[in-house]
Structures are given as C-alpha cells and as structure tokens.
Design a protein around this ligand. Structure first.
Ligand SMILES: Nc1ncnc2c1ncn2[C@@H]1O[C@H](COP(=O)(O)OP(=O)(O)OP(=O)(O)O)[C@@H](O)[C@H]1O
Ligand SMILES: [Mg+2]
Length: 1030
C-alpha cells in the first residue's frame, strides 16, 4: 500500500523503497531519489528492510506520540519509512517469534546514529506495555542516555554531539514484550580528548556542564571558577557549542543520575573527580636541572584533596617514576616532558576509568531480577567513520571498528545472502560487491596485521618509537593495496604524505594517520607511582577503579589495540547471534547544516556503505526466508492439511500450505532447507491471515478455557454446596432424630405411665399422671355443669389419680354454682325456694304425691282467681293486725256425719281461718299457737286433719279438711307456725282418729288404698272412708 502511494508521488517526493526505482544500477537515480525526499523533509527511505536516514540537521515533527501510534501493530511496509517502523518490525519479531534482535546503526560521524538509537528507545518505551514495574526500567533506559552522553560525547568538527565511545545496549524483555532490564557494553573511549582537543573541538560535555551548571557553593567546594579559559584542558579548542545549553544540560544530567540510581554521595564524588581532572590539567612544571619540578604546588594540593590522596604522593607521582626490576624498586626523577606526560596520563586514566565505572553503575541499576526466559534487543551505536585533519590512534581504532561493522553488514546481507541462495539451490544471478575483508585483515590479521606489528613494537626491548613502528609497517605492508606511506608511495601520492604519516584506503575513503603517539597510546601505560597514588585514594569510586591488586599484577596487560580488537570480535559474535536490522545513516553535508544536500558527499557515502549493491541484491533476491519447520510451525494453522500437526516432512507441509494459500511459484521458491518468499507483501498477507486465524484460535481456546474454568468453578461451588448441604442435612437429621427420640420416649413414657396409672405417683407414671391430670382438667373445663340441678350426675368422671381432686373440685364447683345461683335469686323466688325446701324436709319420701308437686311453685291463692273473691277476708285479717299468707278453697268435713262443706282456708301469720266459700263468713279461727298437729296420709289424697287441743271448746274438736294442694297448704302452715315441723304427722293408710266434742269423742277416718286414680271420700258406717291411690 505504502509502495503504491509512493509510486503516485514519486515525481515530487521520490519513492519510499529504492527497490521501486527504475534502474538498480543507476547510482545517480538512487541519490536523486534521496534528494527529492530530503527536500520534502522526508528523511527515511528503505532498501527492502534496510532503512536509510538522511540527517536533516533540524528538528522534524515526526517523533511525537501520534507518530508512534501510527507505527504500532501495522506492517511496516504499509506505512511511510520511519525508524519507528523498523523498530516496530524488530520488536514484533522479538515478541511474536521470541527471537533476539539487534539494530545496527552505521554511518559516519554526525550522520545521526545516536539520534536514531534514542528514537528506537523512545519507541520501545512508548509501545511496550504500561505497567508500573516496567516504567522504572523504561525510565532507567531512557535516563542512561544523558549520563552517557555527558561523559562520553563531545563536540567535534563533524558533530556537535559526537559519541567518543562505542555503545552497544541490550534491552531485555520478558515473554510479554515488556522491557525488564538492560545491559550496556562500552567500547574504547577517546580519552586523549581529556587532555587534548583540536581547534574547533571541545572536551567531553561534562566539564563545561559542571562549570556552568553547578551551584556556587559546590563550585567553591570544588575550588573551581566558572570561567572555562582558566583550565588548560578546556581552553585549547572551542568553548561553547551554538545551541547547546550546558547549564540546563547539567541539571538534566544530575537528575538523570539520580533517576538511574546514583546515590547523592556518588554523584558528589563523580563531580569531585571531574573537578580534580581540571585541576590536574592546571598543574604546571618548571625545569629543575635536567628534571621537572612542580611549579604550582597549590594546584597539586587541590587536585590531591579532590582525588582523596596526599599532595606529597601526587607530587611524587607527577615527578618520579618507580620501576620494578626483578623484585627491586628503582625510583628515578622525570624530565620536564615526562612530568607533563605523567600528569596527562593520570587525567586520561582517571577519566577513562570513571567512565567505565559509570557504565558498570548503569548496568547494575538496569540489571533485572527476572528469572524467566528473556529476549534481547541490541542497539549498536558506535562512533562513525571519521576523517580529521590530523588522524591519530583513536581515529585508527574508530575506523577499524567501522570496517568491522561494514564487514558484518556485507557478511549478513550481500555475501551470506547470495551464498545462501547458492547453497539452497535457488536460481541466482551473482551480484558483485566490494568486500572490505581485505582491509580488516590488513589491520587485524594475526602476526601480520597492523595491530600485531604495533604490539610487537610495543613489547620489543630497545628503543622502539613511533618512527620505528612506521618503518616496521612499511617493511611488512608495502605490498598491500590498501596501505601507503611516504616511503612506499609513488611520486605523485608521496606529495600528499609527510614522513610521519601512513595512509589506509578504508572502504569509506582514504585516511591519513599521523604515527605520532601510536606506540604510547597502544601501550596505554600508567606509571606505577600514579597508580599507587590512586589506589591509596580515600574516594570510593577511585578505590573501585584502581584496585590495589593491580599493583601486584606481574603480567603485562593487553595493549589498547589488542583489547579493542578482542572486544570487537566479541561484539561481532553477539551481533551474529541475533536477527539484525539495519539503519544506514547518511549525512547530507559537512557543515552540520539543514537543507543542504551535497551530491558528492552523499554519493561518497552511498558508495562506501555499499547501498547500490544492497539494492541490487534486494531487487533480485527474496524478502524473506525461513527454515521449513519454523515457517510451518508458525503458519500451519492456515491450512487444514497441516493443522494441527503435519505428519510428513516440513518442506512438504510448507508446499501444501503455500498451494493452499493460492501462491504461485513466482511468489516463492523452495530451497533445500528453507522457503524463500520474494516480496514482503506476500509474507505480510500470510502474516495477516495468520493474525486473523490466531484470533479465531485464541477465541476458541479462550472459549474452551473459559468453559473449563467455569466448569471447574461450578464443580468447586457444587462441592461446597454439597458440603454445606451435608452439614445442613446432618443437622436436620440430628434434630429430627432427637425429636423422634423424644417422641418415642414420650410415647413409651406414656404407655408405661398408662400401665402404671393406678399406682401411686412414682417415677414411672409421674408424667403420664401429669398428662392425665392436665387432660382431665381441660376436659373438665369444657364440660362444667352450670346448673345446680343434677349437678353431681352431670359432673364428669375422673381417672383414679384425680378422683380426690375431682371430688373436691365438684364440691367447690357446686358451691360456686349454688352461690352464683343464690346470689342471682330475687326475694320472691328465694322465698319460694325456702318454702320448697321446707316442703322437701316435710314430705320428701313421706308423701307419695310430693314428687309431683316439686316442680310447681307455691301460690298465694288457690285457685288463682280466688284473690278477687276474698278481698273482704283479706281486709279482716289485715284489720286484726295480721298478714295474709295463703288462701285456698277446701272441703271441710263435719266431725259428725262428715258432711262436706265448701270452705276457704285462709292462713295468716297468726292463725288459720275457715270461711264459707259462698258468703265468706268466718266459720273457724285457729291460732297457730293453738295448733297441736296436722295429720295427713302418705298417699295421694288431700286429707288434712288439724289437731286442736280439746281445751279449746269453741273448736269442737279436730278439723278435717280435704285440700287439693295439701303439700302447699301444709308447708305454708308449718312455715307460718315458726317452722315447727313436729306439728306434721304423716301416716300410712289405715285408721286416723280425730277428736270431737272437746276431746270427749273420737271419730275415725279410714284411709284405704285403691287402684283407682281418683280419690274418693265417702261416709260409711260412721267412718269417713278415704279411698286413695299412689
Ligand atoms: N533524525 C534527526 N532529526 C533531526 N536532527 C538530527 C537527526 N539525526 C541527527 N540529527 C542532528 O545531527 C546531529 C548529529 O547526530 P548524531 O549525534 O546522532 O550523530 P552520530 O552519527 O551519532 O555521530 P557520531 O558518530 O559522531 O556520534 C544531532 O546532534 C542532531 O542535531
Ligand atoms: Mg553518536
């Protein structure tokens, strides 16, 4: 897509991938494409996967957050070329395929390598997961840069912020792709810069930053002044860089040091050492005979103080040299020049070791404690190829390093790629290229190379010096095509060389080196006295970097060049073990100027960077290759025949897969062990399909997993529910059991109680009896009789155990009912009942008609209408001071002849009266007190005989009456006669005598039992016969 877009605008902005150019052999077209893009501020161009950057020398708005987002999770081929695109691609491979990556940034000094490396870090920090645990690591990775740049970068004529050391940084990622740590390898710091800078150049940034940025108090404690010109190590070249704010930068550095984990004491010590170096630079010597002598002891004192050693020790170390020869130490004074040399050697050594310590400190802080599998992404930002006016040992090393990197690039892209096609049996037209191995060999070949010659010269006994070294090199290398010196050059070239120079024809151009200082720098010796002074320092950092054991070491350390060579060899190994991505930086002009695109300068770089060869191989080659099994492993899910497992050989599987995806033989080729895919687009299409498939698979797996998890949770929950249920059931069962047990005990107790119910209360029947009592009382309560009549019959029966209580209760209750009844009675009724009670006493069981009268109330008048007729009688009674109590019609029988006469019997409270029923004349009055008895029969008759004492003459004897309501009448009379019950005499049938004529004569009344219901009273044989039934 990106390519297609690029094709549309190609006239204005060129093409984004040089592979799309018409002619891969046309260098001018290639450069013109870069220029078009450069003019449009498009600084990035691809050659396939290789990114070319043209340094814009001006800030561009293409590194902000939105740009980062644009490159995240897209195929880099779909978006405009960018360092973010390349980084994202490498990061994706690292995450998804778990393969270590490295990004190699090459280009000459000032071409933008360090900037690119910072952008890579910036992208990774932004694109990786934002987890707090990772944030600190990201922070440390980002903040390590300002620290390293302050101490390791300097302004040169090529670059205002030139890296004066090589840096390889590994970022460590966990399996999720989160940065978890890092490690930095540093390579050969250009330490000569500490003591010496060319015109227009500066010392390392930190010196200037310290002087301008530090606060006044610290400045005076370090005994410094702000003026840069006061310091010999700073006033040789340039003082300030336009656009660089040292003061502000100092704050940044200080803050970065703390963020990365430097303690305050360490930071102070670091600045003390930096200040000490400035003071050391100001130590001057004077001639003292043949020897040198300190001219500025005060400065030595200050320097010693900051370095943590005694001034005496330092003074001696500056002016003397002790040599150990076969166990003996011989000390000799130094000449003036040697003193200066010793002074500078100390500054260089201290600074270099300080720098190494800083790196180790950063590494310590970046170290991760993660134990799982980690993947690495290496970023190599090493000093670029450089040609100065005067090139020395440092440039030699730097350029050698660049040769090695170029070699690696050739190895991995041009050479090995083509070799691989051949080995794999892929049809291939060989592309020619310049292989710089020959130059690398010239420098590093064992025993023969320049480094070997230098080492030999260093170690050689006798008077070896830089000129003898040059001679040696001339001797050994004169036939080499890439080596030239004044001595072996032809007449024309000789003019461009002085006698102390040699020239190397590097892959990137010819560089003339001044041989001066080569041996010394290679030797890199620090006089024993200086080392001793440092090992005795009381500063922690110096103690660490100058270990005391160093003095005892007998073996001579490797020379600087050999050390460098070895470390480069190691670096190459590291790089080779990783999947490389390349950034090739180009600088458009030599003046650090924006908008200037110098065709010649760019053309030169295009040539030596081998970009055209790169393009040609790319055009003809394949964008992607992978071993069959790896490829099949990743993409097998896209074809049903290969998913989930392909049983046959991997190459067959890959073939099936590609056919299934519908690709033609033009799109890919099958080698012996690998598949080769021609266009990246093809791969991306496969990758996209894989991503979609992966998501489907992930959803499926997720669904199954979620299902399983859910089921597991369900089973767990079920288990718990059953567990709880079990306890609940157990509890309920236990409760039920207890209840039943209780119930059965109750029933058993009941049965036993029932069986023993008739015994006296004891343990066996106690409860039962209680129950029985309770039930009885309840029953009783419901069936209590509420009328007094037949109270006892209606009273419920009781079980034996309650018999006594029942009896008492019955009695009490009856009393209660009676009491209630009695209280409810009106006086009249009460009177009636009293009379009835009296009747009961008089007649109960004595007269057979009694029972029939019980239910009838006694009346005052018989018949009831009598009242209206007897008013006169009532008046008479009342007049005689009495109260009428009873009035009834009766039949009176004469004592003689027993003639019946209808009379009215009236009872008052004082007497009995008999009145004629017709005329109501009083016939008899018998005072109750005179009445001696009343005789009646026990039969159903109404016969009534009032016994009257014989002395009462006027009465003429006992009175015989037949009264229809004999019981009522007698009861009332007895009541009126003060209840004298003895008056009444009830007799059985038979003869009843009655007095006549004042007791002189006795009449007889015969009472006879008859079967007839009717009573009959007749007179027979002088007797009154009463026939009655019962
Ligand atoms: N992408 C960029 N955008 C803007 N300016 C850039 C860019 N890349 C580089 N520069 C400018 O170029 C200068 C030099 O870049 P840098 O320090 O990265 O070069 P280098 O290749 O690391 O050089 P050396 O080998 O000397 O360390 C930077 O200070 C910056 O001003
Ligand atoms: Mg740099």
């Amino acid at each position: 897509m990106r390519m297609e877009n690029a094709l549309e605008n190609r006239d204005t902005f060129g093409v984004s991938d040089a592979v799309l150019l018409d002619d891969p052999d046309n260098t001018d077209e290639f450069i013109e494409n870069l220029r078009k893009r450069f003019r449009g501020d498009i600084i990035y161009t691809y050659i396939g996967p290789v990114l070319i950057v043209t340094n814009p020398y001006k800030p561009l708005p293409i590194y902000a957050e939105d740009s980062i987002k644009k490159y995240q999770n897209v195929n880099y081929i779909e978006v405009a070329p960018h360092v973010f695109g390349l980084t994202d691609n490498a990061y994706k491979q690292l995450r998804e395929e778990n393969r270590d990556q490295c990004i190699l940034i090459s280009g000459e000094s000032g071409s933008g390598k360090t900037e690119a490396s910072k952008q890579i870090l910036q992208y990774i920090a932004a694109a990786s997961r934002n987890v707090s645990s990772v944030e600190t690591t990201k922070d440390k990775l980002l903040y390590s840069n300002p620290v390293l740049e302050a101490f390791g970068n300097a302004q040169t004529n090529r670059n205002d912020n030139s890296s004066r050391f090589g840096k390889y940084m590994d970022i460590e990622f966990d399996f999720r792709g989160s940065p978890i740590g890092g490690h930095i390898l540093n390579y050969l710091l250009e330490k000569s810069r500490v003591v010496n800078q060319s015109q227009g150049e500066r010392n390392f940034h930190i010196f200037y930053q310290l002087l301008t940025g530090v606060d006044d108090a610290t400045l005076s404690s370090l005994q410094l002044t702000r003026s840069v010109v006061n310091y010999n190590y700073l006033n040789q070249g340039q003082v300030k860089i336009a656009g660089q704010d040292d003061k502000k930068q100092f704050e940044v550095v200080k803050q970065a040091m703390s963020r990365v984990g430097f303690e305050d004491a360490e930071i102070t010590e670091v600045f003390q050492i930096v200040a000490a170096i400035l003071h050391v630079g100001n130590v001057n010597f004077k001639q003292d005979g043949h020897y040198g002598k300190i001219a500025t002891p005060d400065v030595v004192k200050t320097a010693a103080q900051l370095l943590g050693c005694t001034p005496e020790k330092l003074t001696k170390a500056f002016t003397h040299r002790t040599i150990e020869a076969r166990g003996d130490f011989v000390t000799s004074p130094l000449t003036f020049d040697q003193c200066t040399y010793a002074r500078d050697a100390l500054s260089k050594a201290v600074y270099e070791r300080l720098f190494t310590w800083l790196v180790s400190k950063l590494n310590e802080s970046l170290k991760s404690d993660f134990n799982g599998k980690r993947t690495l992404m290496g970023i190599l930002d090493i000093y670029g190829f450089e040609i100065f006016e005067k090139n020395s040992f440092e440039q030699f090393c730097i350029n050698y390093c660049n040769e090695k990197l170029q070699q690696l690039f050739i190895e991995l892209t041009l050479k090995s790629e083509q070799e691989e096609y051949r080995k794999e049996g892929i049809e291939w037209q060989h592309v020619d290229y310049f292989n710089n191995k020959v130059i690398c060999d010239l420098i590093e070949e064992r025993h023969k190379g320049m480094i070997a010659i230098m080492d030999e010269e260093c170690l050689r006994p006798g008077d070896a010096n830089d000129f003898s070294l040059l001679e040696k090199m001339d001797e050994n290398l004169s036939s080499h095509n890439h080596y030239l010196s004044h001595k072996i050059a032809n007449n024309v070239t000789r003019k461009s060389l002085t006698r102390d120079e040699f020239r190397l024809l590097h892959y990137a151009g010819e560089v003339t080196y001044k041989v001066h200082g080569f041996l010394d720098k290679n030797n890199d010796l620090l006089f024993r006295d200086l080392r001793e002074a440092m090992t005795q320092s009381n500063k922690k950092i110096l103690q660490l970097v100058f270990p005391a054991g160093e003095l005892l070491r007998k073996k001579r350390p490797d020379t600087a060049a050999t050390q460098f060579k070895n470390s480069l060899a190691q670096l190459m190994e590291i790089l080779m073990s990783k999947e490389p991505s390349y950034i090739r930086c180009i600088k458009p002009n030599d003046f650090k100027k924006s908008g200037v695109f110098d065709l010649e300068i760019v053309g030169h770089q295009v040539k030596y960077l081998g970009l055209m060869e790169n393009l040609r191989v790319r055009r003809a080659g394949f964008a992607y290759r992978r071993k069959y099994d790896t490829f099949l492993d990743r993409y097998k899910s896209l074809c049903p025949q290969t998913w989930p497992h392909f049983q046959g050989p991997a190459d067959k599987g890959v073939e099936l897969l590609m056919k299934h995806l519908g690709y033609h033989e033009d799109d890919y080729q099958l080698g012996k062990t690998k598949i080769f895919i021609r266009h990246a687009q093809t791969l991306f299409a496969i990758e996209d399909a894989f991503q979609i498939r992966k998501e489907q698979l992930v959803s499926k797996i997720k669904a199954i997993w979620l299902g399983r998890r859910q089921r597991k949770a369900y089973l767990e929950m079920r288990k718990q529910v059953i567990f709880v249920q079990k306890y609940a059931r157990r509890f309920l069962a236990a409760r039920e059991y207890k209840k039943r047990r209780w119930a059965s005990n109750v029933i058993r107790g009941f049965v036993i109680g029932f069986m023993n119910r008739n015994q006296d209360a004891n343990a066996a029947n106690e409860k039962f009896l209680q129950f029985v009592r309770y039930q009885f009382l309840r029953r009783l309560a419901k069936s209590l009789p509420n009328i007094i009549l037949r109270h006892d019959q209606k009273w419920p029966s009781a079980p034996k155990s309650c018999a006594e209580a029942n009896r008492i209760l019955c009695k009490v209750h009856r009393r209660l009912v009676v009491r209630k009844y009695v209280r409810g009675l009106d006086p009249e009724k009460k009177r009636q009942l009293e009379m009835k009670y009296l009747a009961h006493e008089l007649f109960k069981g004595k007269k057979c008609t009694y029972e029939g009268t019980v239910k009838n109330y006694f009346k005052e008048y018989r018949p009831e209408d009598l009242r209206s007729r007897v008013a006169s009688i009532e008046n008479n009674v009342r007049n005689s001071g009495e109260r009428l109590l009873y009035c009834t019609t009766v039949t009176k029988y004469d004592r003689h002849g027993y003639k019946p006469r209808e009379r009215i019997l009236t009872l008052s409270n004082g007497a009995l009266y008999l009145h004629d029923a017709k005329d109501l004349k009083q016939k008899h009055k018998i005072l109750l007190t005179d009445l001696t008895g009343i005789t009646i029969t026990n039969m159903g008759d109404g016969l009534l005989v009032f016994r009257i004492p014989p002395e009462l003459k006027q009465q003429k004897g006992d009175l015989i009456v037949n009264c229809p309501h004999v019981i009522e009448a007698v009861t009332k009379i007895i009541d009126a006669a003060s209840q004298n019950k003895s008056l009444l005499n009830i007799v059985p049938p038979g003869e009843i005598q009655h007095g006549m004529n004042g007791g002189k004569k006795q009449g007889i009344i015969e009472v006879k039992k008859s079967d007839s219901e009717l009573m009959e009273i007749t007179k027979r044989k002088g007797h009154l016969i009463v026939m009655t039934s019962c």
